[in-house]
Design a protein around this ligand. Sequence first.
Ligand SMILES: [Zn+2]
Length: 684
Amino acid sequence: MKKTISIILTAALCLSLAASAIAESPIEAIDYTTGTPWLDIDLEGNVTADTPTDLKDNFALWANKDRILSLEIPEGYLAAGNTIDVNIKSTKDMMALFHGEVPEDHDARLAYDYFYLLCDWDSRDALGVAPLKEMIDVVEEITSLDALTEYFVKTPGEDRLYCLWKESSVQDTENPGTNVLSIKNGYSLILDHTEYCEMTDYGKTQKETYEAFFRKMLEKLGYSEEDAKQKFDNCFAWETLLNTVLAGKGDNAGSDTYYTRSELLAITPNIPILETLEKADGYPAMDRYLIPAPAVLGKLNELYTEENLPLLRDYLILHSIFEKAEALDWESYVLVSDYQEMIASGMHYEVDKEEYLSSLVYDEVNSVVAWPVSKLYVDRYANPADKARLSELVEEIVNAYYGIIEDANFISDETRAGAIAKLDSMTRNVLYPDNWEAYSLEDVNFTAKEEGGNLWEAWRAIKKHEHDKAVAEVSKPFDRTIWDSLPFIGNCTYTPSVNGIYINAAFAQNPNYRPDMTDEELYAYTGTAIAHEISHAFDAFGATYDKDGNSINWWTEDDYAAFNEKNEKLAAYFNAMRPWEGQDFNGEAMIGEACADMAALKCMLRIAAEKPDFDYDKFFRAYADRYATKETLMMAMARLEDEHPMNYLHINTNLQQYDEFLNFYGITEGDNMYLAPEDRVAIW
Ligand SMILES: [Zn+2]
């Protein structure tokens, strides 16, 4: 599972924008009740009180008919079901965090205070764009290349307007267990570099959108209309010079290359990258650097000339606006919201303050102070008893998984040892971190709203903390036990690059989890979700990473060929199905999720087999109920692009792989739910 609140809301917004396009197409010609081998029961209107049910024909319909009839799609959503219920609950919980008692914990208090500074439009408007203007004026006064070099080398990172390159501390994938400093050219407005070589209509629209935004912002900053246009043209001309160097390089445009310190100095003799990183930013001198696009960095060095100074200056100014406008006044926020929507969907968007205060501010506080919000969330809603109970369940599932790996008959003992090592070293992150030290913003202090503070200062303090953290991290070993997910997101995930599962605190709530669940419910609602994430370690993508999260092959050649063959069979299985006549599924896109779904169910069935008096009927019905859904046609259309099989398909395709299900209900050859052993596609 990967969806988060904001992704669902964004999808809803994009889909509503696509509604008019769909309405104009001749949809009445399509009969949506013609799916094979099963009717798309998730689609609104396809199930009515008169729809006949037969468990051997369509188990999902038989188990979920009454629930589907009772589901109502909430206003503002495109679907109803458990995922949406948890989504709505999480949103309410998130809102309540900032309206209850003032928290005592430092980080929780930081999140709380930041929220009120975000909402304080009076003080934000009173400052206007003045703090940014002050920083821009310093750059406007630079009149020689030497002065620009001095500006970079002598200005501390937090006071510098922007930079011509971007550095970040990342995992060194060639040196397992270490971090490396990655250095690349600064961002370009249009992400696809080919647009700078030969602009398509798409590129032209993007350019026009950015131009409109920057010209308005620059005029707010006191520039004339003419100067604002010139500044945009200069910035774009600089980006064009850099991006066209990638023309003809195809896929090699962004090929990661490691450089020694002297090699890096040799390709960047003019531009003071290392000097700035070490003298102004405080990074240690390293033996090794990751350069994601060496050709561009070389070009950056070549273009760092007196002649290009106006372009360099305006690039810095425009990108600083791009980066910092979110922390300014309401007018800036309105311009940012509009251009972002234009870039995403091609439609204008007029945000109003009521919408900001009732929903958008929560997304913003979550993204800027994500870990302090996590602390606030966990202190308020999570508890050690649930953490202990679910940690126990995770161990139970991992143990069953060893059995699945042991029994897999298509791999050799050599590959089996690699898979077992992966399970051994998988980090199991349940609800929230055991120790909060690595996520703490203890060093950050800013003045709260009631004491006269303002957002700009708070925002700068947080950015400084992030910078200092990156500096401290780069020479430490890469720590894959650090959480790569956020506890307040109502979801679970697996991250291949750290070989870790995350069962977030916000996921573990009704109906996904309740402390008083029976075993059957616990395994169906919670266990399959946990086992699903573990299974991602062994799907087509996850299987290319080793036990430490490195992209290193641990398969023998023959075993990997057999694995690929199984994945192809899995894709073909979905490709033979139709949600309705004339509409294909993309089986190849679905193999990762489907592999994880099937292995997860197998895992829970192995655990169930050990339980005396296990109520299989209750378990299979709960399994179906977890995925009971009602969705609009727009949502169904979007689901066709999703790597997760549609929910009705999820239920039926997974269940029909296993004898435990078929035998329990007496489903045999000739029944629509039946799948012959030789046609089954579960990989593990
Ligand atoms: Zn998944």
